[in-house]
Design a binder for this molecule. Structure first.
Ligand SMILES: *[C@@H]1O[C@H](CO)[C@@H](O)[C@H](O)[C@H]1NC(C)=O
Ligand SMILES: *[C@@H]1O[C@H](CO)[C@@H](O)[C@H](O)[C@H]1NC(C)=O
Ligand SMILES: *[C@@H]1O[C@H](CO)[C@@H](O)[C@H](O)[C@H]1NC(C)=O
Ligand SMILES: *[C@@H]1O[C@H](CO)[C@@H](O)[C@H](O)[C@H]1NC(C)=O
Length: 144
């Protein structure tokens, strides 16, 4: 059974280099088909995916500024075992502290699961979506 999976992944990889069709990352447990006028922020907010996770899962597929998503493109939203689906989309009055408190998690857990946020929390913006789960999903030593 696992060898069939390996063959399928290998074929998808060959197809992607030949036809520029994007292969989904291995272990992808949620996918989304991009619609007209979507942005990475709107996709994250509507699908319970953090900004960090969307970017990490689609590394090499979606550029960091999200200029290159296109309608009908299928993207991955999460990878099994690393898929945080408990999220919050920032409103203008929020800070990291208020978001963490509302989710009943520590600031440290918030920052661990959202490694794109700097330690003084000065680089977040309204409309950005964060993982607010008490479970730690981000393991930079194994995934980066
Ligand atoms: C996309 O955005 C444009 C400009 O705001 C709007 O005219 C158009 O109706 C939108 N299309 C869809 C499918 O939402
Ligand atoms: C997002 O999470 C909320 C609960 O926080 C849930 O009600 C909603 O159905 C989820 N949406 C998706 C697309 O999974
Ligand atoms: C998150 O994923 C788990 C496991 O797949 C599922 O049981 C749960 O309903 C999901 N929660 C939301 C808010 O989508
Ligand atoms: C995180 O990575 C370390 C080192 O590879 C590994 O030992 C550990 O099991 C990983 N933890 C999770 C939760 O993936």
């Amino acid at each position: 059974m696992f060898s069939f999976t390996g063959v399928a992944i290998a074929s998808a990889f060959v197809a992607s280099s030949m036809y520029a069709v994007t292969a989904l990352p291995s272990g992808c447990d949620r996918t989304y088909v991009v619609q007209v006028n979507d942005t990475c922020d709107s996709i994250c907010a509507a699908n319970n995916v953090s900004s960090y996770q969307l970017s990490a899962v689609n590394s090499g597929v979606i550029d960091p500024n999200c200029y290159d998503i296109y309608p009908a493109e299928t993207i991955c939203l999460g990878i099994t075992g690393q898929d945080c689906n408990v999220t919050y989309t920032m409103q203008s009055s929020d800070t990291c502290a208020t978001i963490a408190a509302a989710a009943s998690i520590s600031l440290n857990t918030f920052l661990t699961n959202n490694p794109n946020v700097n330690p003084i929390c000065s680089n977040i913006y309204p409309g950005e979506t964060f993982c607010t789960s008490p479970t730690i999903y981000v393991n930079l030593t194994s995934s980066e």
